[in-house]
Design a protein around this ligand. Sequence first.
Ligand SMILES: C[S@@+](CC[C@H](N)C(=O)[O-])C[C@H]1O[C@@H](n2cnc3c(N)ncnc32)[C@H](O)[C@@H]1O
Length: 238
Amino acid sequence: MDKISLFDKKLLQEAAVSDEQLNSFISRRLVGEPVAKIIGKKGFWKDDFIVSKDVLDPRPDSETLIEAVMEKFPDKNQTLRILDLGTGSGCLLLSLLGEYKNATGVGIDISEKALTIAKKNKGDKAAEFIRRDMRQDLSDLGQFDIMISNPPYISSNEIQTLERDVKDYDPLLALDGGADGLDFYRALAKQHLAPALFIEIGKNQETQIIPLFEQQGWHFVQSWKDLGGITRVLEFKN
Ligand SMILES: C[S@@+](CC[C@H](N)C(=O)[O-])C[C@H]1O[C@@H](n2cnc3c(N)ncnc32)[C@H](O)[C@@H]1O
């Protein structure tokens, strides 16, 4: 990269406490480090979230999942219990808890370092973050009203072809979905912990993912597209 955008430069200027630090930030940006990783925060939905090298930077496309849940659960006073599998920074769960003030949630992740970030983002929200593997039996967590997940969904051999700001700066654990990218959907389909499930998916994965969930007793309800017109979120019911 030989130039940085004016918008990125403005964010770096706002975060830098000295000219020296700004120059260091600009040098890091010029070698491809994402602005969010440099300044340690990323805006998502209605909040800024702390991020680090240990969590995926929240993506605007993932806001589609928040919109989908809000469309299907219009009563914001509902006392919902929400489970977020692969919570990372906690951006999905915490954004929903910001909308549903009477709701509570559990966010699980296999990465202790990601959970440390999620706990920093928690604020006064009624969320609990715990280390669990979404491929294991989670029935001891009890029943929920809604399950949400944005699991790793890039196929292993595709990772090296990703843009540098993703493959070099987002954790591999947040990206790698196994040989065909679908390993975590196979695991999620077996988790019957709520009557409603909303998942984020990668481009063109819906034709493979829908039958995979239906084989495990889920019924496909609806899909939502992101701002780029790509099918991004699927809803299933039990
Ligand atoms: C694509 S990131 C999504 C993070 C966040 N929910 C978001 O939307 O920005 C996937 C997350 O799944 C976590 N993860 C990977 N393998 C896991 C597993 N076996 N069990 C639970 N979480 C896992 C990663 O650590 C990462 O935080």
